[in-house]
Design a protein around this ligand. Sequence first.
Ligand code: HEC
Length: 179
Amino acid sequence: MKAVILILLIPLIQSCSKDPEVRGYTVFNEMAFSPAYEAFSENSITSDGKTMMLPVKGSIARGKMPYPYKNSEDDAMKAEEELQDPFEETDVTLARGEYLYKGFCLSCHGENGDGDGPVISKNFPRPPSLKSRSVRNYNKARIFHVITVGFGDMPEHGTQLTVRDRWYLSQYVKQIQQQ
Ligand code: HEC
């Protein structure tokens, strides 16, 4: 038994090194020092001969699920009916919504959503008040939709804001409307 333990201990002891940067004794050299290819070099193993391979067709990057609704009244109504805010509204989500509103919406819609942001004085078309009757009637999903694909003169924000942040913004817009 002692002999077995001793044999098992030999590689363990040999693999130790005082310098943490230096590997001790390696048994499988190719595993410890694997030959690396440069990302843009040719490669004889991959199917297209490139080291850095393209994503598989149809791959979806994390957090980039395609948005199925277009910028049209029909699709806006569908989104309003079919989408649901998956995030519970809390002080934290509303605070994040407020922070994003100041960064992404205030310039046009104004501090309180009255459509009097600083760009209006630079001849940009004046947006409607977010407290107008028609926008007040929108649910969170419709506001999420407008933020995602834009509306008329308003640019889309789907590429700049994550899904989560767009929902938080919708929550915050609904909160402004209650003021
Ligand atoms: C560059 C200026 C600009 C920015 C930035 C902007 N909007 Fe708008 N928004 C507009 C304009 C202009 C309209 C009216 C568009 C029209 O009627 O053609 C509008 C309309 C809207 C509407 C009403 C849409 C409807 O169906 O009547 C909502 C809701 C809205 N914006 C929310 C937001 C939110 C939330 C943000 C921040 C993520 C934002 N907007 C950022 C200019 C802007």
